[in-house]
Design a protein around this ligand. Structure first.
Ligand code: NAP
Length: 474
């Protein structure tokens, strides 16, 4: 009997005709928290988690920085969910190409979309497609060994300066990875191609550039403290940029995070040396600069040589916005990482709010774009696709709680299981017909063991398999 037939047979014997068939699309934190809460709230639920990657855990695997192992511990909790006998993981199954949304909705009583934000906001300014300009997401996927970007090979050797656009926690992550001594990364699960490139890197100076001021920097205090603590780092923050207005005071009064970030930046500015010593790594916080265009190199056609910025001033009150002043300044560099936010991608048949980059929803119930405010039967959303690309892993716990509460309320109103849904066996049959190789959680555990074995040979917690062929060979 083939693997598929064996799986389908097992599924038939485990599920009863009254099972509530649920499919969660995406196996990151939003997907796993949703699955966990559905299994807890509905004893009759059978939950299948599908993911386009052969590996589970989404951003925990490909987004969290390698030097933040404590943040990845949540994987143990997600693995326990995957081992629940009413839960299955099917990797290498892509919504849109392996199976369409309308097919999934026919196969399952409930579909929860939790596939996150796999693209990037764009600036829409000249030169954005020059080589040497990458999104922070691409850079993060590269150093985290994501199979789609393990070949990125950002050039870290022909320049000593990188500009990071944006001042959120992702910007701090990429700046820290560029500036941290590579020896400190060698014992993490960083992809070995990235570690080798960082060891050879000539980048010594990183500019973290914000379009607003130090009060509005989007990072949080813990992450800021961490980057400021990098060994032997020269930190530059202009005293003039730290002048605050009454509108800034008001913003800080309303947000403890903003106050703490501002205080940390002020302290770092006053305690820093006046000049860097030769060869010292440098971190420059640059405020009130909005990217206007990317400058092309005159020696190397098609490659970035810097960024032209327009100086800004803050306008309004409450959440002040950056307004251009008509004064410009160029900053030279050989690498740019745009860290201005992730963006979700819609699939066919899914209502989508393109301006906000989210699926329109009411407390997790997807609402139709044509029939405004009308919930789409059996279709729900959770995580970044629901609320936009903000928040930490735990934010998804509350988000999943809200979505599952909406599902439970709807189930009370309408017995969804009275209608036939073929669920797991229907999905597996369809994937078999399409000759799609499904990666089960058991297969993932083989990948996991192999990565840990390879890692132990190199003094690392794991050495990730970073290409599709190796991942699908397990
Ligand atoms: P983010 O926190 O929203 O920061 C985006 C940054 O891009 C802001 O500085 C923003 O400035 C800037 N920006 C946006 N549009 C811009 C434009 N057109 N021109 C110039 N600058 C622009 O997003 P993120 O850093 O991608 O992080 C995503 C979420 O993941 C956040 O909630 C973050 O806290 C979380 N995260 C947490 C950790 C951690 O806990 N260690 C690590 C990584 C990520 P404005 O403020 O002026 O818009």
């Amino acid at each position: 009997m083939g693997v598929f037939r064996a799986m389908i047979a097992r599924t038939f014997s485990a599920a009863t005709s009254r099972s509530l068939r649920v499919c969660v699309v995406g196996s990151g934190p939003a997907g796993f928290y949703t699955a966990e809460k559905m299994l807890k709230a509905h004893e009759e639920a059978e939950v299948d988690i599908i993911d386009r990657l052969p590996t589970p855990f989404g951003l925990v695997r490909s987004g969290v920085a390698p030097d933040h192992p404590e943040t990845k511990i949540v994987i143990n909790q997600f693995s326990r969910v995957a081992h629940n006998e009413r839960c299955s993981f099917f990797g290498n199954v892509s919504l849109g190409s392996s199976v369409s949304l309308s097919e999934l909705r026919q196969i399952y009583h409930v579909v929860v979309l939790a596939y996150g934000a796999e693209s990037d906001r764009v600036l829409g300014i000249p030169g954005e497609d020059l080589s040497g300009v990458h999104s922070a997401r691409e850079f993060v996927w590269w150093y985290n060994g994501h199979p789609d970007l393990s070949q990125l090979a950002p050039d870290l050797k022909n320049t000593d300066t990188a500009i990071v656009l944006g001042q959120g926690n992702v910007a701090l992550d990429v700046a820290r990875i560029l500036l941290r001594p590579p020896a400190e990364l060698a014992t993490t699960d960083i992809a070995s191609h990235a570690l080798a490139a960082l060891k050879e890197s000539s980048i010594r100076k990183v500019y973290l550039v914000g379009r607003r001021g130090p009060v509005q920097a989007a990072c949080t205090a813990k992450e800021l403290r961490e980057i400021l603590a990098i060994k032997d780092l020269y930190v530059n923050i202009k005293q003039d940029d730290l002048q605050i207005t009454s509108a800034d005071e008001e913003e800080m009064k309303n947000s403890r995070i903003r106050r703490r970030v501002y205080d940390l930046l002020s302290k770092a500015s006053s305690s820093s040396q006046t000049h860097p010593s030769s060869g010292q790594p440098e971190l420059h916080f640059t405020f009130f600069r909005k990217p206007d265009k990317f400058l092309e190199s005159s020696d190397k056609s098609g490659h970035v040589a810097g960024v032209k910025f327009e100086k800004t001033t803050l306008k309004g009150s409450g959440n002040q916005i950056a307004a251009g002043t008509g004064q410009y300044e160029d900053l030279k560099c050989g690498l740019v990482l745009k860290s201005i936010g992730y963006k979700s991608i819609p699939v066919d048949g899914l209502p989508f709010d393109h301006s906000k980059g989210v699926v329109p929803n009411i407390r997790g119930r997807v609402v139709s774009s044509s029939d405004v405010g009308q919930p789409v039967d059996g279709l729900y959303v959770c995580g970044w696709l629901k609320r936009g690309p903000t928040g930490i892993i735990a934010t998804n716990l509350y988000d999943a709680e809200e979505t599952v509460t909406s599902i439970s309320e709807d189930i009370k109103k309408k017995d969804l299981t009275s209608e036939f849904a073929s669920g797991r066996e229907g999905l597996l049959q369809l994937l078999e017909n399409r000759k799609i190789k499904v990666v089960t959680f058991n297969d993932w555990e083989k990948i996991d063991s192999e990565e840990k074995r390879l890692g132990s040979l190199m003094g690392k917690p794991r050495e990730k398999l970073t290409n599709w062929k190796d991942l699908l060979a397990k």
